[in-house]
Design a protein around this ligand. Structure first.
Ligand code: C2E
Ligand code: MG
Ligand code: MG
Length: 475
């Protein structure tokens, strides 16, 4: 951290400077300050927004933390909710302009002796050196959230975005600015789990969660080479005959240090760390090879579904799928790719191109966890989809819960009307299976028909020699 302190300007007058509002004045301040910064101290201004950058904020906060009078330095990390969607639906210029507007609003609310910086793509930090005492922080955080109530007007159009805020406060106990920023970031990520427009204050359990997250990210980097991943398979059965029609490939990780880690925990971390493309490629290769082998040796009609992460969904995926099919000899129609609603932006040319290239390859595309994605349903008519998977949260309430029954029923009707098939996932009881069959659901998946099991377990089941109970849980 000490290296970053060297970027600081020397005069106190610069220290708390944050740009005034207005695009022109914002840039003027940025330009002016950048000149000083470059001449004597290197760059400490974020060139996009004109507020300080991460290095400057960390360095200055470090000084405050070390100074005796700054008993309680606090940081508010502010992240724009759903910013990637703005970049997805429009060009990057719109995203840049939005970030500048956000910076202006934040700049207008921080006090003269607070410090505002942009510390990541859509992330800002407000550092306050103790003039706001602890009881004042919740109100200040709410004040920051309130800045997002009014829509942002860019090129004559209104854009509504909210923000998530995480707050961490040193109270004299934290002496490292980077750690304090990390804690505020952890609180912000926790706030995100409460939905858009939430605030959370850093607590001890978040520290433990943040430490585990760092450990997982670190260990994941070597997991593929170390052979710590494996693929489990779970049966997908015909709703009427209960015969196995296919399997879903599910990634499993047993870390040498942490033991079994659930996909719901490590996959988002792998995605953010840029590791999921390679791991997803590996799952696809394994699943295609395994199912091609089963089709050739024991179960000619069996199909396989593979989950695709949003970070994989691009032109490279098309090439990799084609290579897997060519290398394994798997018939394209035997491969289903499970994608989620959030990936399908009908207006995004890159998404449309990837979808149509995959369809051209002859593979099938299915929407996983249908009903949980808050997406516009216009993609249903835009793309050639093979089927929908009803999320298990709707299946869990069957047959008693009237809302779940109504939703499941509506999904089946709608899918069939659009020429798609329907799979229900998370089927655990005979009553659920019967209710779904009665609604017209085509295929079922869940513990009732077998837990995710190893390839060896499923080889036994597929040859008909095993029974449902023989598929040992691998979770
Ligand atoms: P998913 O694709 O919706 O997979 C179904 C999940 O439900 C699996 O969890 C499965 O073990 C679980 N499940 C199956 N039957 C039942 C049941 O009767 N009751 C309950 N409560 N759960 C059931 P798992 O294996 O932990 O995977 C969680 C999620 O992780 C998957 O949800 C999928 O989104 C993701 N995932 C798993 N493998 C991969 C992969 O290779 N690539 C990507 N991108 N994501 C994956
Ligand atoms: Mg799935
Ligand atoms: Mg699912």
């Amino acid at each position: 951290m000490t290296g970053q302190v060297s970027v600081l300007p020397p005069t106190q007058s610069d220290v708390r400077l944050h740009p005034p509002c207005g695009d022109a004045s914002l840039q003027a301040v940025a330009m002016q300050t950048r000149v000083q910064g470059h001449c004597a101290h290197g760059s400490f201004i974020d060139s996009l927004t004109g507020v300080y950058n991460r290095a400057y904020a960390t360095g200055r906060a470090q000084q405050w933390l070390r100074s005796a009078q700054a008993a309680c330095v606090a940081m508010l990390v502010v992240n724009v909710d759903g910013f990637s969607r703005i970049n997805d639906i429009a060009d990057y210029d719109l995203g840049d302009r939005l970030l500048r507007s956000v910076a202006q609003r934040l700049a207008g609310t921080v006090a003269a002796n607070d410090l505002l910086a942009r510390i990541g793509g859509d992330e800002f930090v407000i550092v306050t050196d103790g003039h706001r005492d602890a009881p004042a922080l919740p109100a200040f955080a709410q004040q920051v959230l309130a800045l997002f109530v009014e829509p942002f007007v860019i090129a004559g159009r209104e854009y509504r975005v909210s923000a998530s805020v995480g707050v961490a406060r040193s109270n004299g106990d934290v002496r490292d600015a980077a750690l304090l920023m990390r804690d505020a970031g952890a609180a912000m990520r926790r706030a995100k789990t409460y939905g858009p427009g939430s605030v959370r204050f850093f607590t001890r359990d978040m520290k433990e969660a943040a430490q585990r997250r760092f450990a997982i990210e670190d260990l994941l980097r070597d997991a593929l080479d170390a052979g710590e991943f494996r693929v489990a398979y779970q049966a997908v059965v015909d709703a009427a005959s209960r015969e196995i029609l296919g399997v879903e490939a599910l990634l499993r990780w047993t870390s040498s240090e942490l033991g079994d880690v659930a996909p719901a925990e490590f996959i988002p971390i792998a995605e953010q760390a840029g590791l999921m493309e390679a791991v997803g490629d590996w799952v696809l290769e394994q699943a295609c090879a395994q199912v091609a082998d089963w089709r050739w040796s024991i179960a000619p009609g069996v199909t396989v579904s593979v989950n695709i992460s949003p970070v994989q969904f691009n032109e490279r995926l098309v090439q990799h799928v084609a290579a897997c099919l060519a290398n394994t000899g798997l018939q394209p129609s035997a491969l289903q790719l499970e994608i989620t609603e959030g990936m399908l932006m009908p207006d995004d040319p890159a998404v449309c191109a990837t979808m149509s290239e995959l369809v051209k390859l002859g593979v099938k595309l299915t929407i996983d966890d249908f009903g949980t994605g808050y997406a516009s349903m216009s993609y249903l008519k835009r793309f050639a989809l093979h089927g929908l998977k009803i999320d298990r949260s709707f299946v869990a309430g069957l047959p008693g819960d009237r809302d779940c029954a109504a939703i499941a029923h509506a999904v089946v009707k709608m899918a069939h009307a659009c020429g798609m098939s329907v799979t229900a996932e998370g089927v655990e009881t005979e009553e659920q299976a019967s209710a779904l069959h009665a609604m017209g659901c085509d295929t079922l998946q869940g513990y009732l028909f077998g837990w995710p099991g190893s390839a060896a377990d499923y080889a036994v089941r597929l040859t008909g020699a095993g029974c449902f109970a023989s598929a040992r849980p691998l979770r």
